[in-house]
Design a protein around this ligand. Structure first.
Ligand code: CP
Length: 359
């Protein structure tokens, strides 16, 4: 069974096929209108969402399929204590494919272990958001005409921003990617992405806290919301926040062809004066999200029983009762799941479900 839990569940070839299919849908929308007739998508959203849930819904409707699900777990039997695995076993009796968003990291992974239908991770905590990644890749391709050979700046909350983590993982498979990480010390990219992805895959990266300094060299600027609630010291937040706001003055420092992406929602990190700049791609990116999810649904439905499209092989997990995942938001600390670990780069042991360091 082919699921999409992490961007690396797709080979680069499969990602390129999905992006190419999305481009074909754009060119020949009518050809795909009935392709999911009599099929049902379940959207199980345990966490708020506007773009992801509604774009999955619109995608399935445009393909001629139907949608069921919930947008608030309080209206589901999760409120009575039903586990994620029991829920997907049940929903698999009603739907042909499931998109799940969950605040607990690793929840879509444990769902995929028992599901009879493909599971799509629509965002798990601060961990991963692979369908946003497909959206971002399609947007970069449409805006710049290529994904290879780009310098991309990630600006804002790189620590908790799951869209940043997932996109760096996917881009690490492309040629000539240079990454500039623009964030204050408090919000720097987690070590596991720097070590297990950038260093392992040979992606050149550097870190700075100055958008002014970084912006002239960028082909893509990927903005994210700076999360005030993460700062212990409000003075510290005030010191850094304006250095990470995109305005017309900073756009004047950028290349003529730079594309500005943002997974949205934004708060105040991109001033509305930037919206009319032709390089502001973030609302076009939203439309791309629906198109690429159409392509993903078609692909996973085609691939689910195809031995040419399996999940990647991993080494057997490490099971050791002396080890504990340090992440309170990991599924293994919230439901009864056997703690499992993997040996990552530099000999560091990480949680199988959420990639946190062990304690
Ligand atoms: N980009 C994104 O995931 O937006 P939502 O939280 O609105 O789905």
């Amino acid at each position: 069974m082919k699921h999409l839990i992490d961007p690396t569940d797709l080979t680069k070839k499969e990602i390129d096929e999905i992006v190419a299919l999305a481009e074909d849908i754009i060119a020949h929308r009518e050809r795909y209108q009935g392709s999911m007739a009599h099929k049902k998508l379940a959207t199980l959203f345990y966490e708020p969402s506007t773009r992801t849930r509604l774009s999955f819904t619109a995608a399935m409707m445009e393909l001629g399929g139907q949608v069921l699900g919930f947008s608030n777990p309080q209206n589901s039997s999760a409120a009575k204590g039903e586990t994620v695995q029991d829920t997907v076993r049940v929903v698999g009796c009603f739907a042909d494919i499931i998109a799940m968003r969950h605040p607990i990291e690793g929840a879509p992974l444990v769902a995929s272990e028992v599901s009879s239908v493909p599971i799509i991770n629509a965002g798990d905590g601060s961990h991963s958001h692979p369908t946003q990644t497909l959206t971002d890749l399609l947007t970069i391709k449409r805006e710049l005409g290529r994904i290879d050979d780009i310098t991309i700046g990630f600006c804002g909350d790189l620590r908790f921003g799951r869209t940043v983590h997932s996109l760096i993982k996917a881009l690490s498979r492309y040629h000539g990617i240079k990454v500039v990480l623009i964030a204050p010390d408090e919000l720097r990219l987690p070590d596991y992405i720097k070590q297990d992805v950038c260093e392992k895959m040979g992606v050149a990266y550097r870190e700075t806290d100055s958008l002014d300094e970084a912006i002239p060299e960028l082909d893509v600027l990927y903005m994210t919301r700076v999360q005030k609630e993460r700062f212990l010291d409000e003075d510290e937040f005030d010191r850094v926040k304006d250095g990470l706001v995109l305005d017309a003055r900073r756009m004047a420092l950028a290349k003529e062809k730079m594309a500005v992406l943002h997974p949205l929602p934004r708060v105040n990190e991109i001033l509305t004066e930037v919206d009319e700049d032709p390089r502001a791609a973030y609302f076009r990116q939203v439309e791309n999200g629906k198109l690429v999810r159409m392509a993903l649904i078609i692909s996973l439905m085609e691939w689910k029983d195809d031995p040419a499209h399996t999940m990647p092989e991993h080494e057997a997990p490490i099971v050791n009762p002396a080890l504990h995942c340090a992440n309170a938001k990991c599924i293994c600390n919230n439901e009864k799941h056997e703690p499992r670990f993997r040996l990552a780069e530099n000999g560091i042991t990480r949680c199988w479900y959420c990639d946190s360091k062990v304690r």
